[in-house]
Design a protein around this ligand. Structure first.
Ligand SMILES: Nc1ncnc2c1ncn2[C@@H]1O[C@H](COP(=O)(O)OP(=O)(O)O)[C@@H](O)[C@H]1O
Ligand SMILES: [Mg+2]
Length: 255
């Protein structure tokens, strides 16, 4: 199963991605947490050691190695077995959570840019070798680099928003793009909700069908981000109500 997380900067995408990764890992899934946001922080939030993260090469650098193996023929789509050992080289492991970072692709609509993108998504698709594998992609709000082809494998996109007009506006833009791309399930998650008034605001903006859930603002989640090396996997930074959300998400995609 492949879950993409998007939304405006600072809304809680990385925190939610890490919470999901941990919750699925605790349920026995093999999880691949993928940092696809240029503002990399998922690895640290998951509790991977800083020195290991500093040494981790982005997946985009794998492209040349794959091309060497295939003679540059672009045949990597059928290469899953051969890419397997490369994936180990480009990822870190912590229990049953694997972590990798995509690396940034040159901006602009050049042919070269498209090729790199399809490469990245071919690698992502090759991660799903088992139906119990869970891929969680922490993305920025800029999902326009997704194409119909590359987003095909995404089972659900969760767009995180804060209870503010600006954040909701960004969520709407992402929602529209995601629907245009043909992503089957597009869900909104309201985060950092502090009051009944803010809750009402969210309900005034989104239908029950659109909403995956509402997560309250929680000092402990915030504190965790301030503590260095606290690491989500060590037990703190848990979003309130995350277990129910995970169950709902699982029901949603298997429906
Ligand atoms: N429910 C919450 N309550 C309080 N603080 C939160 C909550 N969710 C996220 N945060 C905090 O908000 C900040 C931004 O979160 P982050 O996950 O890095 O956002 P993004 O990845 O969308 O930029 C972090 O300091 C994080 O700890
Ligand atoms: Mg982030």
């Amino acid at each position: 199963m492949k879950i993409a997380i998007s939304g405006k900067g600072g809304v809680g995408k990385t925190t939610f991605s890490a919470n999901l990764a941990r919750a699925f890992a605790a349920r026995g899934y093999n999880v691949f947490a993928v940092d696809a946001d240029p503002d990399v922080s998922l690895g640290a939030t998951l509790g991977f050691p800083a020195d290991e993260l500093a040494g981790l090469r982005p997946v985009i650098e794998m492209k040349e190695l794959v091309e060497e193996r295939t003679g540059g023929g672009g045949a990597f789509f059928s290469l899953n077995p051969k890419v397997d050992d490369l994936i180990d080289k480009f990822s870190l492991k912590l229990g049953n959570i694997g972590f990798m970072r995509m690396g940034s692709v040159k901006q602009g609509g050049t042919a070269c840019y498209c090729k790199e993108n399809s490469f990245l998504y071919a690698v992502l698709n090759s991660l799903l070798l088992d139906k119990d594998d869970m891929v969680i992609m922490d993305m920025s709000a800029g999902i326009e680099h997704l194409t119909r082809g590359t987003s095909r494998g995404v089972d659900v996109i969760v767009i995180v928003t804060e209870p503010t007009r600006v954040s909701v506006q960004t969520a709407r833009v992402v929602q529209k793009l995601a629907l245009e791309l043909g992503i089957r399930r597009v869900k909104i998650l309201a985060n950092k909700v502090r009051s009944e008034k803010e809750k009402d605001f969210i309900h005034s903006q989104f239908t029950e069908e659109e909403l995956l859930g509402i997560i309250p603002f929680d000092e402990e989640v915030l504190d965790n981000a301030l503590e260095e090396e606290s690491g989500l996997l060590s037990g703190s930074g848990l979003m309130p109500g995350i277990e129910d959300l995970v169950e709902k998400l699982l029901r949603e995609v298997t429906r």
